[in-house]
Design a protein around this ligand. Structure first.
Ligand SMILES: [Zn+2]
Length: 103
């Protein structure tokens, strides 16, 4: 699939529901690494048309630590509080005008 088509599908999915990189990789047939690369572009396209990529931060499923100040979109390696690595990756949701980006 051409990158433009992929990114359009990604925006359409995220405008309907919040998803993490694993959900997106399943839905679009990409690796998580590819998902994150496309997301960086998607974030810029959205900003240019007045929409927003909302990011719900990663959190630790073992101690509840929230990665509130992390700026990168990717899943962190391990929890700074309990030092373990059972983490929910960040989830993404698109809000705002996306019609221009989907046509
Ligand atoms: Zn933890």
């Amino acid at each position: 699939m051409p990158p433009q088509t992929l990114r359009r599908s990604m925006i359409a999915l995220l405008a309907g529901q919040a998803m993490d990189a694993r959900d997106l990789s399943d839905a679009l047939g990409l690796t998580e690494k590819e998902v994150y690369e496309h997301l960086a572009h998607v974030k810029r396209s959205l900003a240019a048309s007045g929409a927003t990529l909302h990011v719900t931060p990663s959190r630790c499923l073992l101690c509840g630590y929230v990665f509130a100040h992390r700026r990168r979109l990717t899943r962190p390696g391990r929890c700074p509080q309990c030092r373990r690595s059972k983490l929910q990756g960040p989830t993404f949701h698109v809000a705002g005008p996306v019609d221009d980006l989907l046509t």
